[in-house]
Design a protein around this ligand. Structure first.
Ligand code: MG
Ligand code: ZN
Length: 381
């Protein structure tokens, strides 16, 4: 008994000293000292960057952290909460209803893209930002017309109507689109329109992955950009895809340029979810680490800028992912209870003006309301 107690005490001491060591390392990190205090401030957010790790539950974060030397940029956040992810027709949401909750502030049915349970179009925060004179952008590591990004800009009764959804990308002046799915814009079955040409006529610079890498794109004099990262779905990180962080940097640089009114940017790490559906822990972990690296770049900008609210969350957990006994930090033993989404509470991390609003436990739809409040949009939309 006493032996056990002494052993436990030694463990505690070594954990404590480890922590101190880690903190002293962290404080050397540029910008890590500028954390927003845990008290209410009235400062409004000029810009909001909403980062969605599709299917990113607590275990996905934990596995990513342990596999990344016990460290993630997510540890730089102080303000955290949990949201309830269920949809209007199912305790287990899908990504369409999940993203529509963030984009429109409503619970809707699984499969709905920016529409209510009666399939009526609902005004999104991105559309409102554009109408109020802010700039905006959407970045994904799925196709750009996939459920998560689509729910911010399109209105459709069914997420699978990709070619119809692609048409809605012509209805706003959103400044940045980066994602896969070139084929839905150029080789269409429902009509023979070429939406790439139509985007060009609307003033977009359109670039395909076939012609240029993201860091080769010349943004000089460019107002609006569509960058296709794949013809269909982009590759997983494990097969060489690595554009999320450079895409975020390009978008932020572009959106903050001669920017008087601010911007709204959504960045999705889309394939954490796909690793969960495939019950593939390595897929989850590699996508999680890429997403976190992008979070680091976004936080570096926000810490310098001090006018940007950064929110990191997920639409739902995928896979019922668990870290099991006999796991070690560098060799996890994992298991799954499902090849679909689960009903877990979902973490929310926030940094910057308005970040204190994201503490506590609330509905996923509250994220929409909290973002509008942070922008200072108190009027009825
Ligand atoms: Mg998604
Ligand atoms: Zn999914």
């Amino acid at each position: 008994m006493i032996k056990h107690f002494i052993f436990a005490l030694c463990c505690l001491i070594s954990i404590a000293s480890c922590k101190t060591h880690k903190n002293s390392q962290l404080s050397e990190h540029p910008g890590s000292s500028t954390k927003f205090p845990l008290k209410n401030t009235n400062k409004k957010a000029k810009n909001i960057i909403l980062m969605i790790g599709d299917g990113m539950g607590i275990t996905q974060i934990s596995a990513g952290m342990y596999s990344n030397g016990n460290s993630l940029n997510l540890e730089r956040f102080l303000n955290m909460g949990l949201h309830k992810s269920y949809s209007s027709d199912n305790l287990i949401t899908d990504s369409a209803a999940g993203a529509t909750a963030f984009a429109c502030g409503i619970k809707t049915y699984n499969g709905a893209i920016g529409v209510d349970p009666d399939t009526n179009a609902v005004y999104t925060i991105l559309e409102e930002a554009e109408d109020k004179g802010l700039k905006s952008g959407l970045i994904a590591t799925s196709t750009i017309d996939h459920a998560t990004p689509a729910s911010f800009i399109a209105h459709n009764k069914a997420r699978k109507n990709y070619e119809e959804i692609a048409l809605d990308f012509l209805k706003t002046d959103c400044e940045i689109f980066i994602g896969g799915g070139q084929k839905s814009f150029e080789r269409r079955e429902m009509d023979d329109r070429n939406l790439t040409n139509e985007l060009r006529e609307k003033g977009y610079k359109v670039v395909s992955f076939v012609d240029q890498e993201i860091d080769e794109i010349d943004m000089e004099g460019v107002e609006k950009l569509m960058y296709y990262t794949a013809d269909g779905s982009p590759l997983p990180v494990s097969q060489g895809r690595d554009y999320l962080q450079p895409a975020a940097n390009l978008a932020i640089n572009h959106l903050e340029k001669s920017n008087e009114n601010g911007f709204f940017l959504m960045i999705e790490g889309s394939q954490i979810d796909w690793g969960g559906h495939a019950n593939d822990a390595n897929w989850i972990i590699t996508e999680m680490i890429e997403f976190d690296r992008t979070i680091g770049a976004v936080l570096d900008f926000a810490e310098k800028d001090q006018n940007t609210l950064v929110i990191v969350t997920a639409d739902h957990e995928t896979g019922g992912f668990a870290i099991q006994k006999d796991s070690k930090m560098d060799s996890l033993v994992t298991a799954f209870t499902s090849d679909y989404h689960t009903g877990d509470l979902i973490p929310v991390f926030a940094y910057g003006p308005g970040s204190e609003k994201f503490r506590g436990i609330y509905e996923n739809t509250s994220i929409y309301n909290k973002m509008r409040e942070a922008f200072g949009w108190v009027d009825k939309k």
